[in-house]
Design a protein around this ligand. Structure first.
Ligand SMILES: Cc1cc2nc3c(=O)[nH]c(=O)nc-3n(C[C@H](O)[C@H](O)[C@H](O)COP(=O)(O)OP(=O)(O)OC[C@H]3O[C@@H](n4cnc5c(N)ncnc54)[C@H](O)[C@@H]3O)c2cc1C
Length: 416
């Protein structure tokens, strides 16, 4: 008699979402996570009273699967100001969302980052992606994001000063070779909701999901070494039998477990956190680098979004660099400061480095052509179940949605 109906390998958001689906259907299952805590790529460390998300990331309130599964009130979501400040031609230019901030309309219309024609195209883009359903958007022909922007008639100026740094920061792909399906999905999500941080850090999203499951259902610190269709073997030799096994791990880890070949590469990022006695920008907004030079892609002050991110009287500054720079931390710190002194003046020299996160495996690279179809099968060629963001849009939404699909596929096989 197998110990469980289902074993889920991996306690990231996709694995927790799958477990929730099965638990709600009354199926006995266990989640095995190799790290000491659940969350996978969505984690928060507490360092000297600062909340440091492992790599700068934001939660988009419009994610449909997150709306279904998460209790937003308990997460105490704190919202970013819509739009962004763009560093362009030596000054900060406001790029606002006139629907949500009508008072900023004039400033946005006058911003030199984009021509009037670009601003009209932006309105058309917003209308287009908001009027269509996600399903309809995901059926459209796929081209690169760079090509999609050109086909929509955007000028090289607005592509270089706004779209490349903004979307490059979202996809961790400055080349904008990422699929246009991902671009339209992301633009729709930003248009329909807010970018936010939970008061206790991004890691609290996974913590909330795990808390909805019985304690014994989630076992951390358990690394699985071998996966077969009816059992798994842990690195300490423990064998757990089950009717079904779900691999809720990233694609490279799937390859290690069942000798398959990963299809997608990775996009990496580096996040450097600083403590300061005063915020360099007062607004809870994202500051993006529209100047096409320097290492910094974007900067924000999470403690201006939610005061819980820093101790009383202190500010937390997050600086994101795309990819993994060759320079060691001390040199990278100098390079970042010399760029940001030009933005904020001498105060930058007073900032105290807190921690540097280098994350080579941050997001699956979803190049144009790889998102057909967007919702990939959750049963692999060996008949094993799998879920993860690489099988959907590479995002929190995609991880949660793929977990639900894998849970449903297990239920179908069990005849529920
Ligand atoms: C720096 C960064 C910024 C991001 N920014 C955003 C953002 O702003 N908005 C957004 O929506 N998304 C963002 N993302 C993406 C989002 O975090 C991921 O899409 C999502 O968390 C993926 O969840 P997952 O369950 O598919 O995979 P993972 O989180 O990778 O979970 C897989 C789990 O499996 C475990 N595991 C692996 N092998 C084994 C094994 N052998 N035994 C047991 N356990 C194992 C791992 O430890 C891990 O916990 C960002 C990601 C990063 C890293």
């Amino acid at each position: 008699m197998p110990e469980y109906d289902t074993v889920i390998v991996g306690g990231g958001l996709s694995g927790l979402s799958c477990a929730r689906r099965l638990y709600e259907a009354g199926v006995s299952c266990v989640v095995l996570e190799k790290q000491p805590v659940v969350g996978g790529r969505v984690q928060t460390d507490v360092v000297n009273g600062f909340l440091l998300d492992r790599g700068f990331q934001v939660f988009l309130t419009s994610y449909p699967e997150a709306r279904r599964q998460l209790d937003y009130d308990r997460l105490q979501l704190c919202k970013f100001e819509p739009g962004a400040l763009i560093r362009y031609q030596g000054r900060f230019r406001r790029f606002s969302d006139p629907w949500r901030r009508p008072g900023h309309l004039l400033g946005t219309v006058a911003a030199p980052v984009a021509s009037l024609a670009d601003k009209i195209r932006m309105v058309l883009l917003r209308n287009d992606v908001c009027r269509k359903s996600i399903d309809q958007l995901q059926q459209r022909p796929e081209v690169s994001t760079a090509m999609a922007l050109r086909l929509r008639g955007f000028s090289p100026r607005v592509i270089e000063a706004f779209f490349r740094p903004f979307l490059g920061g979202v996809f961790l792909d400055n080349s904008l070779e990422t699929s246009s399906r991902m671009f339209e999905f992301v633009f729709r999500m930003f248009s329909l909701g807010a970018a936010a941080l939970p008061a206790q850090g991004m890691g609290s999203i996974a913590a909330q999901m795990a808390a909805a499951l019985p304690d014994a259902m989630v076992q951390c610190g358990v690394c699985v070494e071998t996966v077969k269709s009816d059992h798994i073997v842990c690195d300490n030799g423990r064998v757990i039998t089950a009717r079904n096994v779900v691999m809720a791990v990233d694609e490279a880890s799937v390859a290690g477990l069942v000798c398959s070949k990963p299809v997608n590469g990775w996009r990496g990022t580096t996040c450097v956190y600083y403590a300061a006695s005063a915020p360099p920008v007062e607004e809870p907004t994202l500051v993006i680098n529209g100047e096409s030079d320097g290492l910094v892609n974007n900067l924000c002050v999470p403690s201006q979004v939610s005061g819980t991110y820093a101790p009383e009287g202190k500010s937390l500054i997050s600086v994101t660099v795309l990819g993994i720079p060759a320079a060691e931390d001390a040199i990278l710190d100098q390079q970042i400061r010399s760029q940001l002194v030009g933005w904020f003046g001498k105060q930058v020299q007073e900032w105290e480095p807190l921690r540097t996160y280098r994350i080579p495996a941050a997001l699956p690279f979803q190049k144009a052509g790889s998102l057909t179809p967007v919702e990939k099968s959750v049963v692999n060629e060996q008949g094993l179940f799998c879920c993860g963001d690489y099988l959907d849009t590479a995002s929190i939404q995609g991880a949660l949605a793929s977990g639900q699909r894998a849970g449903q596929a297990v239920l179908d096989r069990l005849g529920h």
